[in-house]
Design a protein around this ligand. Structure first.
Ligand code: URA
Length: 202
């Protein structure tokens, strides 16, 4: 993280460069790299996920694995251009348990989310999005500090700690884990929420 001789970042590129050597929590010791946000630095829409997964950790870009592909399809379906948004994560290092040759995703804990909020807050301050979409409980907690269950919150607009509006919705990886019937419903709800986001930004 920042050492006393390191100037506070003034741009998202400067923030990304500093985040690359972050040691605020222990996840940096096992992950391959910091996965910073990407997209349009002038974006009106910020999309916040949980943390990079296996693919993201290896390639250093957010939302490029299966959940990211589903998210990108749903964004396009809602008429939202992913390249004109800012895509990022609440926690910027991959957390996993090794299982043979595989690395099984683990949810970041509250302490890790709070440590990494230092970066999310900075990222939000530099971006100043008009609307933020929180994908799943980790993102919703990082943005609002409310750890309550997602079901009653989904589809609603909440207020971020910095005062900005946050639309809470499902994480696409949840949809990939559900059985077909419930997955279809959750996917329709994600689509409806992204369509609401598009209307709010129109
Ligand atoms: N899931 C996330 O929350 N973020 C990513 O970048 C990829 C998968």
């Amino acid at each position: 993280a920042q050492s006393p001789d390191e100037a506070a970042p003034q741009t998202l590129d400067q923030a990304a460069a500093q985040a690359a050597s972050c040691t605020r929590c222990d996840l940096c010791h096992t992950a391959s790299r910091t996965v910073w946000g990407e997209g349009d630095p002038a974006a009106a829409l910020m999309i916040v996920g949980e943390a990079p997964g296996d693919h993201e950790d290896l390639q250093g870009r957010p939302f490029i694995g299966p959940a990211g592909q589903l998210l990108r399809r749903e964004l396009a379906g809602a008429g939202l251009d992913a390249g004109r948004a800012w895509l990022t994560n609440a926690v910027k290092h991959f957390k996993f348990t090794p299982r043979g040759k595989r690395r099984l995703h683990q949810n970041p804990d509250r302490a890790e989310i709070r440590h990494c909020r230092w970066w999310l807050d900075l990222e939000r301050d530099l971006l100043r999005p008009r609307l933020t979409v929180a994908l799943g409980a980790t993102a919703a907690f990082a943005l609002t500090d409310d750890a309550s269950a997602l079901t009653p919150r989904r589809g609603r607009i909440e207020t971020a700690l910095d005062g900005g509006p946050v639309l809470v919705t499902w994480h696409p990886s949840l949809i990939l884990r559900l059985e077909a019937g419930r997955a279809g419903q959750a996917r329709a709800e994600l689509a409806a929420d992204l369509a609401l986001a598009a209307r709010m930004l129109a």
